[in-house]
Design a protein around this ligand. Structure first.
Ligand SMILES: [Zn+2]
Ligand SMILES: [Zn+2]
Length: 126
């Protein structure tokens, strides 16, 4: 679902770009995405939106440790269901609009790292 609004959990230091719900659905906070990509130093809206959609979709696939078992432990101990690798698509800050300029500066969508791909393969992925 694409919401014309923002999360009620937003704070001064964290704005939530998307949230997944169980293994069935996710919400994209379009107002927050537009605000985060409006800045001249910020990421393009296409990159930001694509990244958040992929991140939430991977939660639906069970990453990280959210229904898909880990081959090796790489779940962030303080941010459950997220990867410890800060270059991975499943790093927790990907969901934070206040951080978007940091990871999106290369105008590239972050990829899953080897640990996350291994988990999906072990769960039947190709
Ligand atoms: Zn997430
Ligand atoms: Zn990962």
């Amino acid at each position: 679902m694409f919401l014309n609004g923002k999360s009620s959990s937003d704070t001064d230091t964290e704005t939530i770009l998307g949230t997944s719900y169980r293994n069935t659905s996710f919400v994209i906070f379009e107002e927050t995405i537009q605000a985060a990509s409006n800045d001249i130093l910020g990421p393009s809206k296409i990159i930001l939106e694509s990244t958040v959609i992929l991140h939430e979709f991977c939660h639906l696939l069970g990453l990280v440790n959210l229904g898909t078992s880990m081959v090796v432990n790489h779940e962030d101990a303080t941010h459950s269901a997220h990867c410890t690798n800060e270059n991975c698509l499943m790093y927790y800050l990907i969901e934070n609009g206040k951080n978007a300029h940091h990871w999106a500066k290369n105008e590239q969508i972050p990829q899953l790292d080897a640990n996350c791909i291994d988990d999906l393969r072990a769960n039947g992925g190709k």
